[in-house]
Structures are given as structure tokens and as C-alpha cells.
Design a binder for this molecule. Structure first.
Ligand SMILES: Cc1cc2nc3c(=O)[nH]c(=O)nc-3n(C[C@H](O)[C@H](O)[C@H](O)COP(=O)(O)OP(=O)(O)OC[C@H]3O[C@@H](n4cnc5c(N)ncnc54)[C@H](O)[C@@H]3O)c2cc1C
Length: 387
């Protein structure tokens, strides 16, 4: 059993739990992986995954019976805050955050027994196969198909923007299983081993030069019918079951921390705090981040009270991502001619990579629902404006 299996974290006072998490992270997390301004690859972060797994902390959101920490919402927020405060990189953890909870809710006993322990140990690493070339914001338009042939599904089609598919062993897929039904109603949810013949994974290099996501092609891929999760044609419901926590986490005010720290150090080394123009802009962005912290804090309290998040949480995502982008814009501008040079540089004794955080912040207004789509949600459900 993991080292801390007997501890009931939910019974600990918040401060004590926070201190425990902080001490653990500070003593065990690899220094070289702090505040990485890019997605970390699995071969770099596996050492940390193993440390968490040994300690029984790899699945904070899972119940104890499946080897998780069984954290209730308030403790979960503290856990994530401490990880972010220390600059812990996010591993390919969708098996923990998404697949695990989905299987616990919709999986068969055989699926749970097979996938959950392997997912926790890191033997199985998952990637998310939802988006397609013509199905992103309008996800229900997806066309990758799965047709029943005896005891198998035969899958054909293409997924895109599949984060870290080249580091994954398995993919959870939304596929069309009924072309006659209304868009959302003909979709099913499958779990597919990426070693199955007929699958091709092609990494996509992003503007920062990192191969962070991939295209995944399916050419007559035969998978057993047991990989269906939930009922046939009800995959939309399965996939949508879990939006709560992710929506809060994506608005965490700690994400821009690296860029803010660097900007402050740079400004100090260049004496920019004596420049009224710079000070004005710096203060504005710092206040934006204070606003973000306050807004985030409000939603955290809501989650702690056990209340579901409403559609208004879209404002958190918009503000978090757009403030982060404004901050990294200012970082690049402040770097002046150095700000457009790739890679880390020594500026007056301060080591700064201007472009990495700038690039890292760019897709934030796209993934997890673009800013435009979030504004549509606010307009329709919160402001109740005519569409
Ligand atoms: C870093 C990153 C990682 C990702 N990882 C994954 C992953 O692991 N798995 C996965 O399945 N997907 C992943 N995605 C894909 C992501 O979910 C899609 O990019 C997103 O849903 C947007 O879809 P799209 O790229 O097709 O853009 P589109 O939907 O084509 O949108 C293009 C533009 O049109 C705007 N737009 C679209 N619809 C509307 C509307 N109704 N009103 C106003 N404006 C609109 C959008 O805001 C955007 O500016 C990832 C994306 C990124 C950037």
C-alpha cells in the first residue's frame, strides 16, 4: 500500500493539509522541472509520477477504494494550488482527471478492474481524441466513425490537436456510431489501445518548436466491443459528465506566476520601476491578476460549499487566459530587441526566456473552449441576450 494510505486528509485542518503538501512538493519535486513554460513530456516527468504513485498521491481526485487520496473539493483546491505555487509541471494526466472518473461513473466492472490500476501506476497513459479538423468548437460535428462488425468496432477517421498522443499508450475517443441520429445523439465513447494496427500518430510542431500535440489517423482500426464506455450512442453524455473541476482549475491565478516573476526581476534589473509609463502598465496587469485571484477565490468557495459551478464560470476562463496573454505581451515588449530572441538569455544577471511564456500563453484562449465561445455562453445563459 502507498505510504500515506491510512491518513484521512479531509479530516485535517486546511492549514495542516496545505503544509503537508507544500513540504512534500518542496522536498521531492525535481528542481529542473519547476515553472516550465511548455508542456512537459512523459519521459521527463515520469520520475515525479512514480514519486507521487509511491506516496499514494497520484490520483488526488479518486476515491480511496481505487487508490486515490479521496480529497473533497476544498482539499482538492489546496492540493492543486500548492502544485501550481511550486511550479509543478502538468504531466499527461488525463487518465487521472478524466478517464478515471468517467470509468467510475460509467465503466463496467471489467473496465474498472483493468484500466484503473494501470492508469494510476502510469502503465497506461491516456490522450484525449475529441477534436477533428472540422469539429473543434462545434465538437458534435465529429465524423470519425465506428461501425460494428461482429465482436468488433471498425474505426475510421482523423483526430487532431491530440495533446501528447505520442507519449500516450491509449486514447479515449468520441466517434460517430449513428449517422441518422441528431448530431449529439449518434456519438459513442471508446477506449482504444494506440498499438492497435491501423493507427498512425503524427506530431505537430507548434510555433515554439515543441511537438506538444498530434494528428491521429484511424484506418480500419478493429477494436473489441468491450471498449465501449456507457451505452451506445450516449458518448456525449459520458464526455460531458465531468466539466466541473477542470473549469475551475483552468482559471487558476497561479499559472501566470513564472512570467510575472520574470517581468518583476527584469524591471528591477533595468530600473524600469522609475519609469512612470512602465509602472502604469505593470500596475494595471498586476491588478488584473489580483482581480483574477479574487474571482477564482469566489469560485473556490462555491466549490468548497459543494455548490455546482454555473455557466458564469466562463468569465473566469476568459479573464485568466486573457490576463495571462496581456502579461506575456508586456514581458516581450519590456525585453525590447532581446524580447524577440528565442531561448533563455542573460539580461543584467537575470536569466529570462521572453518568448517561451508568450507562446505558452497563446493557446489558452483556444483550448478548453475558446474565448469567443465562452463569451457566447455568457451572453446566452448569464446575460440572456438574444442570440
Ligand atoms: C494547446 C491545445 C491543446 C489541445 N489538446 C486537445 C486534446 O488533447 N484533445 C482534443 O480533442 N482537442 C485538443 N485541442 C483542441 C481544442 O479543443 C480545439 O482547438 C478547440 O475546441 C477549438 O476548435 P478549433 O481549433 O477547431 O477551432 P474552431 O472551432 O474552428 O474555431 C476557430 C475560431 O472561430 C471561433 N469560433 C468558433 N465557433 C464560434 C462561434 N460559435 N461563435 C464565435 N466564434 C466562434 C473560435 O473562437 C476560433 O477563434 C487542443 C487545442 C490546443 C490549442
Amino acid at each position: 500500500m502507498p505510504g500515506e494510505a491510512a491518513v484521512d486528509y479531509n479530516a485535517l485542518p486546511d492549514d495542516e493539509f496545505r503544509a503537508r503538501v507544500r513540504a512534500f512538493v518542496e522536498s521531492r519535486y525535481p528542481e529542473a522541472l519547476r515553472f516550465l513554460p511548455r508542456r512537459v513530456r512523459m519521459d521527463e516527468i515520469r520520475v515525479w509520477w512514480n514519486i507521487l504513485a509511491e506516496h499514494g498521491w497520484v490520483a488526488p481526485n479518486w476515491p480511496r477504494e481505487w487508490g486515490g487520496m479521496g480529497l473533497e473539493a476544498g482539499k482538492m483546491v489546496i492540493f492543486l494550488e500548492e502544485m501550481e505555487r511550486h511550479g509543478v509541471a502538468r504531466a499527461a494526466d488525463q487518465g487521472i482527471t478524466q478517464v478515471g472518473p468517467i470509468l467510475m461513473k460509467y465503466g463496467t466492472d471489467a473496465q474498472k478492474a483493468f484500466y484503473l490500476p494501470r492508469t494510476r501506476s502510469g502503465e497506461i497513459i491516456w490522450c484525449q481524441g475529441y477534436s477533428e479538423p472540422n469539429a473543434g468548437s462545434d465538437l458534435a460535428n465529429l465524423q470519425t466513425s465506428a461501425v460494428i462488425d461482429g465482436d468488433h468496432f471498425v474505426v475510421n477517421g482523423q483526430k487532431i490537436w491530440t495533446t501528447l498522443a505520442h507519449d500516450a499508450t491509449h486514447i479515449y475517443l468520441l466517434v460517430r456510431t449513428d449517422r441518422e441520429a441528431k448530431k449529439q445523439q449518434g456519438i459513442s465513447f471508446l477506449l482504444v489501445d494506440l498499438d492497435t494496427p491501423g493507427i498512425t500518430i503524427r506530431p505537430i510542431r507548434n510555433i515554439a518548436g515543441h511537438e506538444e500535440f498530434c494528428e491521429v489517423f484511424f484506418d480500419n482500426v478493429r477494436v473489441p466491443r468491450e471498449v465501449l464506455v456507457g451505452n451506445m450512442n450516449e458518448g456525449w453524455t459520458v464526455a460531458k459528465a465531468l466539466l466541473g473541476f477542470e473549469r475551475l482549475n483552468i482559471g487558476s491565478p497561479r499559472r501566470p506566476q513564472y512570467a510575472l516573476m520574470r517581468l518583476e526581476m527584469l524591471a528591477r534589473s533595468k530600473g524600469l520601476f522609475d519609469d512612470a509609463g512602465f509602472l502604469d502598465r505593470f500596475t494595471a496587469i498586476k491588478l488584473d491578476l489580483e482581480d483574477l485571484a479574487a474571482l477564482y477565490g469566489r469560485y473556490v468557495e462555491q466549490v468548497k460549499r459543494g455548490e455546482p459551478l454555473g455557466q458564469d464560470v466562463s468569465s473566469l476562463k476568459i479573464w485568466a487566459m486573457e490576463a495571462w496573454q496581456r502579461l506575456t505581451d508586456l514581458l516581450v515588449e519590456t525585453g525590447a530587441e532581446d524580447g524577440v530572441i528565442e531561448g533563455a538569455q542573460d539580461i543584467g544577471g537575470v536569466e529570462i526566456d521572453f518568448l517561451a511564456p508568450f507562446y505558452y500563453a497563446r493557446p489558452g484562449t483556444i483550448y478548453g473552449g475558446s474565448s469567443e465561445v465562452q463569451r457566447n455562453i455568457l451572453s446566452k445563459y448569464v446575460l440572456e441576450l438574444p442570440s
